[in-house]
Design a protein around this ligand. Sequence first.
Ligand code: 2RA
Length: 389
Amino acid sequence: MYLSETEKWQKKKKGEVYFFHIHKIITRKSINFVSFFVKAKFVANVQTNINKSNMKVAIVGVSGAVGQEFLRVLAERDFPLTELVLFGSARSAGNVYEYKGQKITVKELKHGDDFKGIDIVFASAGASTSKEFADDITKFGAVMIDNSSAFRMDSDVPLVVPEVNAVDAKNRPRGIIANPNCTTIQLVVALKPIENLSHIKRVHVSTYQAASGAGAAAMDELENQHKQITHGDEPTVEKFAYQLAYNLIPQVDVFTENGYTKEEMKMFHETRKIMHSDIAVSATCVRVPTLRAHSESIWVETERPVSIEEARTAFENADGIEVIDNPSERKYPMPLFLSGKNPVFIGRIRKDLANENGLTFWCVSDQIKKGAALNAVQIAEYLIAEKDI
Ligand code: 2RA
């Protein structure tokens, strides 16, 4: 059987963790029990591979929602760093944040030599800042893991989701690795186990995107709108085109010439680049009044029919996925209860009624975690484990 480099890496990791095999003897009714082991497997996989090297790390854009999540994720995963340097705009310079009990003052991001000696830079300050400062960040050899859209589709910048194409991170001629858009990350994590069974030709996806995708201020706006409406006041609308409270907005980002939004086209292009595939993704992206986990209703068409059982086993055995799918007990993933969690959650796995080669399922993942900060940190962990940094 042919295995890609990423799959070989994943197999190698799996060999170190015997929990993996227990899936096969556990029934669907034991979903919570399975979940426990899946989680144990995932954490153990990555952390047993980390060579406890000493990294000097920087976060650019630390005051934003994703920047703050970087602080939590790095601490939570005991990332092997000896020094953490925080950068922000002139407005956030001087802010003080805590990392593992240590107080760190934010430095203003400026052109110059501030990144000398830094090994890894997690950047999340928007595309224009990433473009403006990429040379300053990388010129002394730091690896820039960029959360913005600035370089995602550049042919000399790898676009990486470790569960899918970790090995691409090794080929980074500009010293930049791009973190995909959040909606793409959870989509490709979900698609990969199905692709391993049978090539996916087509995907239709509708997203249900939380306010968090538009940043911390947008989350505040949604919460305030509820309060304002309760008090009989006119809700403030600044971050979205319309009031989001009690509403759905079928527009995320601006429209392009073909009638799709940029967000929808990101799902098309990024999925193909990450999966090295001719897969066609047709998306409808919708902003919904939830706070911080994105949901997706996904329909896939494979080359051969894939049974529900095959798909379920593939999902259960995949890195980074947790299956919650027990309709008789009303168990399925929901954003309210899964915010702040690491995995991509999958449920409602069904055969498509309109296409014999079609499968459909529901997918939820925390947009700020796996959709942003966690994915970037996992890329860095992979490079450390591979001694490629
Ligand atoms: C959103 N996907 O949800 C975007 C954020 N990258 O708005």
